[in-house]
Structures are given as structure tokens and as C-alpha cells.
Design a protein around this ligand. Structure first.
Ligand code: FE2
Ligand code: FE2
Length: 160
């Protein structure tokens, strides 16, 4: 996982997380720091393994998960959809960490798709990120249930 270790040590990745951390200081709902990326990475990878069709490297799956929300600070500041902003910010990071063009295409597509809950024709990685992004949350014990647009009965049933 050398490329993932390089990614999470990259100064730009660290600075994006620091900006998100700052902007989410008073956020009542789920936050989007390193822990969220790691949880989504592990669940995304497990889900893809369960499908039995590993068409993408483990490092690419983890990269997509760690990068899927790095544009959150852009959304907070400009209103731009963070899936698009994250994909844009991810590109130079992926190049710097030596992901190849085929991997980069799959990762960026997955990041762009990660909020498209009801879309058809999602890539496997995109669908896995959509699911993992919800499954990574501890909605069952969350104090913000009443005010969270994401919370519903299904989200309370965290074991699928
Ligand atoms: Fe997101
Ligand atoms: Fe997320």
C-alpha cells in the first residue's frame, strides 16, 4: 500500500483535511476527516471483495475512498458540489502518487458518483462508495438523528 501511505502523507491532502476540520468545527452532523476516509475505504474494499469481481487494485479503492470528500471545504466556501470538487483536487494527488491513467479514470469516476444514490449505470467503485459512505456512519447512536436528512429507518438498521 505504498501509494496510499504516500497519499495520506501528501501535504496537499493534509492541508485539505485541515481546512475541512476547521470548517466543520461546529458541525452537528457527521464530519469528514481522516477517520471517515479510512472507514469508507475499508467498507468499500470489503463490499467489492464480496462482489467477487475485483476489477481495480486495492490501492485504487483506498485512494478513491480517502479522496472522495476532500473537496468538502470547496463546497462550504463556494457551494460547488463536493463530489466534483473532490475529483478535481484528486487528480494531481493521484498523479503525484503514481497511479496510472486507467486507475485515475476509475477513481475519478467513483468519486464523482459517490453521491448518486438513485443513479443507474454506476461503476462498481461508485456504487460501493455510495453504500460505504452510509454504512460508515454510526446513525444508530447519533444524537443528530432528528435533524439529519440522511437519517431514516433504513439507516438505523446498520446491518444489511
Ligand atoms: Fe461526500
Ligand atoms: Fe463521505
Amino acid at each position: 500500500m505504498a501509494r496510499i501511505n504516500k497519499l495520506v502523507d501528501h501535504e496537499d491532502y493534509i492541508s485539505y483535511l485541515a481546512m475541512i476540520d476547521q470548517l466543520e468545527k461546529k458541525r452537528y452532523f457527521c464530519k469528514h476527516g481522516f477517520e471517515h476516509g479510512l472507514n469508507v475505504a475499508r467498507i468499500t474494499y470489503a463490499y467489492i471483495l464480496e462482489q467477487g469481481v475485483m476489477v481495480i487494485s486495492k490501492e485504487a479503492v483506498y485512494a478513491a475512498a480517502f479522496l472522495h470528500d476532500i473537496g468538502r471545504w470547496v463546497e462550504y466556501q463556494t457551494g460547488e458540489d463536493h463530489a466534483e470538487a473532490s475529483a478535481r483536487l484528486a487528480l494531481p494527488l493521484l498523479k503525484a502518487c503514481e497511479f496510472n491513467s486507467e486507475e485515475i479514470d476509475l477513481i475519478l469516476r467513483g468519486i464523482r458518483e459517490h453521491r448518486q444514490h438513485s443513479a443507474e449505470n454506476l461503476s462498481l467503485l461508485g456504487k460501493a462508495l455510495v453504500l460505504a459512505d452510509d454504512w460508515a456512519r454510526n446513525c444508530r447512536n447519533c444524537l443528530a438523528q432528528d435533524q439529519c436528512y440522511k437519517f431514516n429507518h433504513a439507516m438505523r438498521q446498520i446491518m444489511y
